[in-house]
Write a protein of this length. Structure first.
Length: 390
């Protein structure tokens, strides 16, 4: 079987959770004897995987798939899996029926409608506010409309569909009028190298508590709610520090403004973007990892944290509840609630012994249910089912 994996992003050249998922999936498909061709906008570092550069400009990537040279390469595959392509050109070409392309499996990481709705400002007391960045306004009012349009073309051309969580599956079914049974849930996975003895994190050697928050700096990630919660946390645990990994100039500027207002800026560190190896080190150092998101699909941060043996405090959004069982493998709070977020973090810091127990339970769940060897086989089963229908 020859699978064309179509994604505008792929780690490590361009970051984000989806990029990591695509990179890991292609490696594990290869390990299971599947020939993979990656259609992307950036160079794939794995020399064993054939890479077809559709367009070096990720903005032009979707429509560039309809170019003749790309169409020829796509037709050489037995099946195409659209991961993060927003492949308007591909869907349109198949809809018009002139390209004679192989069957398509579309994977949904989020609903473009729900993601756009999550982009809104948050106002605190005394006029203190967080506003979406220019890029987020663009995404909300322009980009998501074109993305949604391309989804309609992709759906009409799709022989199979998967979603990364049960919540995403339900959202896509409701937003696009698709029968729920047509969409299979295939979660994101994690490489078991994260679950090495070195990564267990049971013995923390930190002089103080490290509260780690990892992710692309976007307002829907809810990092401003963690900053808002900081004063209550620091009043209870004066040795604690908050560390942010990720970067966006505009959003970081707003986070710093909030921290100055609440007088907590000295206890918050911004480390910017880090390498994969550095990220793993931070997970091992951390006392707790916080995921304060307003909207999510199936965040890799939760998988990576638990696999590293580090307790998690997260919001009840997206597929997080499919990983974190409240009080058993972590603590869950409602989104947009800084006080509840602070209380849950304080519970972790107050009882490190039970928090490590929760993390061990979470790590066992990750190894059993979310390792990439298991997830790749689920994708292969979907591919075989689609090809069997042709």
């Amino acid at each position: 079987m020859k699978v064309g994996l179509v994604s505008g992003v792929c780690a490590p050249t361009r970051g984000g959770g989806v990029a990591e998922v695509v990179s890991a999936l292609l490696n594990h498909l290869e390990a299971n004897g599947i020939e993979v061709v990656l259609f992307t906008s950036n160079k794939q570092p794995n020399p064993h995987v054939r890479t077809h550069i559709v367009s070096k400009n990720p903005v032009r990537f979707p429509i560039s798939l309809s170019l003749p040279r790309n169409q020829k390469a796509l037709r050489e595959c037995d099946l195409l899996n659209l991961q993060a392509g927003s492949a308007l050109g591909l869907g349109l070409a198949k809809k018009l029926g002139y390209s004679n392309m192989p069957p398509v499996v579309t994977t949904f990481h989020v609903s473009p409608f729900r993601e756009a709705k999550s982009v809104h400002g948050t106002r605190f007391e005394k006029g203190l506010a967080v506003s979406p960045t220019t890029g987020e306004y663009f995404s909300k009012y322009i980009k998501y409309r074109t993305t949604a349009a391309s989804f309609y073309f992709e759906l009409s051309a799709s022989s199979g569909m998967t979603a990364v969580s049960s919540v995403t599956r339900k959202e896509i079914a409701e937003d696009f009028g698709i029968p729920l049974e047509r969409i299979k849930v295939v979660h994101n996975g994690i490489d078991l190298e994260f679950v090495s003895e070195e990564s267990h994190g049971d013995e923390k050697e930190n002089p103080g508590s490290i509260i780690l928050c990892v992710g692309v700096f976007r307002i829907r990630k809810g990092m401003h709610h963690l900053v808002r919660a900081a004063s209550k946390i620091f009043n209870s645990h004066k040795d604690a520090t908050i560390v942010f990994l990720g970067y966006h100039k505009g959003y970081e500027r707003q986070l710093r403004k909030i921290s100055r207002y609440f007088g907590v800026e000295e206890s918050i560190t911004y480390c910017g973007n880090v390498s994969r190896g550095q990220l793993m080190q931070w997970y091992r150092k951390a006392t707790v990892v916080v995921v304060p998101s307003i909207y999510e699909g199936f965040p890799m941060v939760v998988l990576e944290s638990l696999a590293s043996g580090t307790p998690v405090v997260a919001t009840r959004v997206g597929g997080i509840e499919e990983i974190v069982q409240n009080t058993k493998t972590g603590y869950l709070v409602d989104p947009n609630n800084s006080q509840s977020l602070a209380d849950a973090i304080i519970m972790v810091l107050d009882d490190p012994k039970y928090s490590r127990l929760m993390a061990r339970r979470g790590r066992s769940l990750i190894k059993k249910k979310f390792n990439w060897n298991h997830i790749a086989k689920k994708y292969i089963k979907v591919y075989e089912g689609v090809l069997g229908q042709q």
